[in-house]
Design a protein around this ligand. Structure first.
Ligand code: AMP
Length: 174
């Protein structure tokens, strides 16, 4: 499958969740096995030689491809979740959203300073969520952080949020 064919499987939903937003709905791509294979193969190609030891997914749309890639790389999956969802002791970080403040968490024993991590989410918009996740991951003193998205909305310039030592890659750009 070509990148243009994958793009044609991503549905635009106008004015969701609020007026003025064009929501990139990936569920229409996920239900197509050709698109799933494209995502899996391209992510694997990007990260197979990076010495990744854990793949981290951001709740909740990051939970779809992160475990798929983790399996393919032969490494484990770690969830970043919204406050109050993880059952054991956690480390948290709060960050400003358009309306109010959000808090995300990792289990205290989820990562070690020996880890090389890939953090995945479905889409990069403003980058606020992923920036907060990277801040949280840094608290573990990991060796290196790679960041991956399926889709990047280039015009929002979200990638400018990240420190220079964090490698950011997206499969599809709009
Ligand atoms: P952000 O922190 O602004 O980069 O975006 C936070 C989350 O909101 C991302 O993980 C996406 O899943 C979702 N999101 C934001 N904008 C859109 C959009 N236009 N289409 C689809 N998902 C979006």
């Amino acid at each position: 499958m070509t990148i243009e064919e994958v793009k044609s499987n991503i549905r635009d939903v106008i004015d969701f969740p609020i007026p003025g937003i064009v929501f990139k709905d990936l569920t229409t791509a996920f239900k197509n096995p050709g698109c799933m294979k494209y995502f899996e193969d391209e992510m694997y190609r990007l990260y197979k030689d990076k010495g990744i030891t854990k793949v981290i997914g951001i709740e909740s749309r990051g939970f779809i491809m992160a475990p798929v890639l983790g399996n393919k790389l032969g490494v484990g999956f770690v969830p970043v979740r919204k406050k109050g969802k993880l059952p054991a002791e956690t480390i948290e970080v709060s960050y400003a959203k358009e309306y109010g403040v959000d808090v995300i968490e990792l289990h205290k024993d989820a990562l070690t300073s020996d880890d090389v991590v890939l953090v995945h989410d479905d889409l990069l918009a403003t980058g606020g969520t992923m920036k907060a996740a990277c801040e949280l991951i840094r608290k573990f003193g990991v060796k290196k952080i790679y960041v991956n998205f399926l889709v990047e909305l280039d015009f929002l310039k979200g990638r400018e949020q990240f420190d220079k030592d964090i490698m950011v890659d997206s499969l599809i750009h709009y």
